[in-house]
Design a protein around this ligand. Structure first.
Ligand code: ZN
Length: 350
């Protein structure tokens, strides 16, 4: 079954197959847990199965037997699928049992050699976390990509294409999977959360808290992340309506980045509701946006985005969040939007 948020990416692939334009190398990108492997698996099944991904034939069964999680636990150069002409390659476990951050040249060489052997049927090679190939590994793969063989498909999976060398990128056709908030995805999510919790949760809110990544939403619900997220969200809403609450933010400590993302989501939703002139399910958010100028919400969204990207640097993230929260706590009655200077000394100019 094609996952609802894979539909448009799959349609692109389907078109390539139907028009006989499937490239020799394909790159599937998308954020972590968006289901890049599942899309690749669907593609492989579509290519091999004579009966519309029936799930019953020897090809479909062989591919379904390949458990990628299990694959990641094994320390081997490359791994052959239950379908003999399909090969997987990913980083190995290192001596301490953790997954190495690197795909080495000997792995890629073994991978390319196996693909090089002639076979009558389609040969497929799949590289997980292709951005983890070290320079030598990437160069070795490039040689194979430069002399593509007939009847061979190499699929690379990576979170984003910018992490791959330009030389590799230029040889690949890219298909991207985007995060989703569509009705079909929300429906999929409600069907995939535990029956007992179904009544307690709004699947839309759950998907929003997981940034539009349905598999992450399911996982979040298994831990206590979603509950924490709801607590942050409630406090953020209170702060905008009652600025004195801005001093009671202990629950944000240590979670600054996640709280910034949570606020980003709230402000984005606020702008959306204000633009379509609709009331949302959260009464507090409705109150906040009625009293707030749209331009201020856009400026705040920019500042949050900047704060999130700055958090990757050495800047003190707690101060970043504090400054954003000062603006947020005044957002409903701001006359002029302040300039937040996020340099080494963080200052706020009203
Ligand atoms: Zn089949």
């Amino acid at each position: 079954m094609i996952l609802p948020w894979h539909q448009s990416a799959f349609l692109e692939l389907r078109k390539m197959i139907d028009q006989n334009h499937l490239p020799h190398a394909l790159l599937i990108t998308g954020v972590e847990k968006i289901g890049k492997f599942e899309l690749a698996e669907q593609l492989i099944q579509t290519l091999l199965c004579k009966n519309d991904s029936c799930g019953e034939c020897s090809y479909c069964r062989a591919i379904k037997k390949d458990n990628p999680r299990e694959l990641l636990d094994h320390s081997t150069l490359i791994r052959r699928s239950h379908y003999p002409n399909l090969i997987y390659c990913c980083s190995e476990l290192n001596e301490s049992g953790a997954l190495s951050k690197e795909i080495r040249v000997d792995q890629v060489r073994a991978f390319c050699e196996s693909l090089g052997k002639t076979a009558e049927e389609l040969q497929i090679g799949l590289i997980f976390y292709a951005n983890q190939m070290n320079m030598n590994a990437a160069n070795s793969l490039l040689k194979t990509l430069e002399e593509p063989r007939d009847n061979t498909l190499i699929i690379l999976l990576a979170h984003n294409s910018s992490a791959l060398p330009a030389t590799i990128l230029s040889r690949c056709q890219t298909v991207h999977i985007s995060p989703t908030y569509s009705e079909e995805s929300v429906k999929w999510l409600s069907q995939n959360i535990d029956k007992t919790t179904q009544d307690d949760f709004d699947a839309i809110q759950l998907l929003e808290s997981a940034h539009g990544i349905p598999f992450k939403a399911v996982e979040d619900l298994q831990g206590d992340y979603f509950f924490q997220y709801l607590n942050w969200q409630n406090l953020l809403l209170e702060i905008a309506l009652n600025p004195s609450k801005a001093t009671e933010t202990e629950i944000f400590d240590g979670n600054e980045l996640q709280v910034l993302s949570c606020l980003q989501q709230l402000v984005t939703e606020g702008i959306r509701l204000k633009t379509i002139k609709h009331e949302g399910a959260q009464l507090e958010l409705n109150k906040i946006i009625t009293k707030t100028a749209t331009s201020h919400l856009f400026k705040l969204l920019d500042d949050i985005g900047r704060a999130i990207s700055m958090s990757q640097t050495t800047v003190n993230i707690k101060l970043l969040l504090d400054n954003i929260l000062i603006v947020w706590s005044h957002i409903t009655h701001l006359k002029k939007y302040p300039i937040i200077i996020n340099s080494q000394d963080l200052r706020l100019y009203f």
